[in-house]
Design a protein around this ligand. Sequence first.
Ligand code: PLP
Length: 438
Amino acid sequence: MLNFEPNPKNRLYTNLNSYLMFLGYILGGRLRQDSKNIEVFEQALRDRVATDYAVCVYQCRLGIYLAVKALIKPGQEVILSSYTMTDIINMVIFAGGRPVFADVDLETCNIAVAELERLITPNTGAVLITHLHGLAVEAHRIKEICDRFKIPLIEDAAQSFGVKEQGKAVGTIGDVGVFSFEMHKNMPTFLGGAVVTNRADVVENIRAELSDFSYPALPGIANKVKKGAIHDIASLPILFQLLTYPIIRFSYLNDFEFINRRVRRNPQESKPAAELPDVYKSQYTPFQARLGLSQMKNVDRDIQARIEYAHIYYEGLKDLDQLILPPLRADGSHTYLWFPILYDRRDELLRFMFDRGRDIAAGHFTNTADLPQFQEFYRDCPNSRKVERALIYLPTYPSYSRREVEKNIEVIKQYFATKVTSTHVQAQDFMPEVSVRL
Ligand SMILES: Cc1ncc(COP(=O)(O)O)c(C=O)c1O
């Protein structure tokens, strides 16, 4: 079988059908019609995650805003993971909350439970946990803590649709959960998300807020579809090998920022504002709901493939003490949207890998606790700072080839072998903080 090497670091979970469906809706002038599709998709989501209510939203972050707003009183604290997307912190602030940054565990990059418990005060209005990289947080344990203090729990399950903790779908363990169907996620509808909950009062509140919003203008959705198409075409195996990758590789190795900036994923971020900017005040469209419905059937198959790749990475890398690996689980609680590893000299390793023809990404979120715009809420979160500096995403998407996974392992091992045999090994190559596996 033909194998185009290297495979790209990421490919979207969109398919030809996604684009044909969009064209069909545009040509038929039906983008905002067939609102029944939304009811059908919401029903399918409810059945899939076993919850009483599901409400589709324009973006996951809007769902987080709506959930926080529905659950807290203005001025209350929201304890959340410091390693996340900046806009999530903005949403909490727009909703009237005061973010309280909790540090993360290095192995999972997820909120550290003991720290979360210590941060609870009489002014805590909610806890917001993030199931990052398809690795479930210990949500049942956190729910018990929240129940003890009578604090609602919100789950940001943007990266974890289809993940279960103790047999229950993440997103449904706390009071409210939010999924993302944005184009890089595992059930993409180009843009969008859903709020799930068993609480009628929360749904009522959210539906009332959404009723003031209208469907987005066509260019908004079309622009996302166009970005998806460009990504899908540029990462087509043959084109990627012949054209896209040589450009990416050259730019990376020569610090050609003009291109690097375009290849890096820069999560969208709102500007500082006193309240939710108008750009978020839109509704999920019937076209997207139809697409989501058609994507849902692939979710479990794709998860299985990612878990298998995670196994291979784990077995291949577990003896390299300088790396921090995620825990290996096969119970459905860890589904590895990527295989996230930490290494202190990340840029050196990435350079080595690009030099040997690999295409690998660095983590793209930040330690939001350190950001100047959130200085008022500053807390020292050293693990989160380290994750920002050290996170590498090893690809696990289903159409990535097994041979590529093995090559990545091989090249990482070569890197560490050259370091051990080098007569110029520097003491800082083996910084004690990363040699400790938690
Ligand atoms: C952890 C996390 N939370 C929230 C979001 C926001 O999702 P959306 O772009 O649908 O608003 C993302 C998107 O990347 C995410 O990764």
